[in-house]
Design a protein around this ligand. Structure first.
Ligand code: FE
Ligand code: FE
Ligand code: ZN
Length: 297
């Protein structure tokens, strides 16, 4: 099983910092942003730090091929009303792909985009055009379209939209999907019937396209189109439904990544070490939040 969480990556230690944080949570994989999630400022990759990170990964049985990178939220391939912004998103992602090739990282999770004021199929075609511009033959990176909750004008909120994008990508080996359980719930999928969703996904797109799963509980009800993550087992999806996904044999080799919220008065404590422990024990700990606060404070 590949289980981990979102971790940080900074300009000082880069991937080495991410690996250290992953190990501190007892995880065997992780997801990082190459800089701040909310901006596009990025520094050059330092190979020496990358080699140190590889060494530490080897010692701790962390498989480089299962490590995930997430593109910043602000890149939007869907809207081209301002052509300079659209071009900026394409160029940023071209550079991001090249940074990942330097780092040896295979998977890049991307929010498909928001249409904001343009017609849906025009926006989907912008995404397709952008991706076909970014991906090239023999590219080592696979872009994973994340399933979205449908907040605002988000696209990629149902299988029809995801399928339409994938069907029109030229480099079929370089496109995949990242499921997010909170987003699926908020988009209208009943997570307690996850095998039905997987059957449909397999029929429409092919289950082999799923390369990553974000395991989050949700603060909102099915179909609310909200996107507010909750700690594992503390939301409307619940512990048993999330555990069933993590241990579903159809999803065996797919990395499962926690993006659950930090806890404490100022949201200063990461929950991941304790959530991972709870997942491995398969037993709900109703005192989890207090345990985390007591451990870190
Ligand atoms: Fe995301
Ligand atoms: Fe996510
Ligand atoms: Zn989210």
């Amino acid at each position: 099983m590949y289980l981990g969480s979102h971790v940080s990556f900074d300009s000082k230690e880069q991937l080495l910092k991410s690996v250290k944080e992953c190990i501190s949570y007892g995880a065997n994989t992780f997801m990082f942003y190459t800089g701040a999630p909310q901006n596009t400022m990025r520094s050059a990759i330092n190979d020496e730090l990358t080699y140190k990170a590889y060494e530490l990964m080897k010692e701790n049985n962390i498989n480089l091929e299962k490590v995930i990178c997430h593109a910043p939220y602000i890149v939007n391939l869907a809207n081209d009303l301002d052509p300079s912004k659209y071009d900026f998103s394409i160029n940023f992602l071209k550079n991001e792909v090249s940074r990942l090739e330097t780092l040896g990282i295979k998977y890049l999770v991307l929010h498909p985009g928001s249409s904001v004021g343009i017609e849906k199929y025009h926006a989907l075609d912008n995404i397709i055009n952008g991706l076909n511009n970014i991906l090239y033959q023999n590219c080592n990176v696979v872009i994973l379209l994340e399933t979205m909750s449908g907040k605002g004008t988000e696209l990629g909120t149902n299988l029809e939209e995801i399928k339409y994008i994938i069907d029109n990508i030229k480099e079929k080996n370089n496109i995949g999907v990242c499921l997010d359980t909170c987003h699926l719930n908020d988009s209208g999928i009943d997570i307690s019937k996850f095998d039905d969703y997987l059957d449909l996904f397999d029929k429409e797109i092919g289950i082999d396209k799923i390369k990553c799963i974000h395991i989050n509980d949700s603060k909102n009800n099915i179909g609310d189109h909200k996107d507010r993550h909750e700690n594992f087992g503390f939301g409307t999806i619940g512990f048993d439904n999330l555990i069933n996904i993590i241990y579903n044999p159809r999803l065996n080799n797919i990395p499962k990544i926690l993006e659950t919220p930090y806890v404490g008065e100022n949201k200063e404590y990461p929950p991941y070490k304790f959530e991972i422990e709870m997942i491995k024990n398969k037993e709900f700990n109703s005192n989890l939040i207090n345990d985390i606060i007591n451990y870190y404070k």
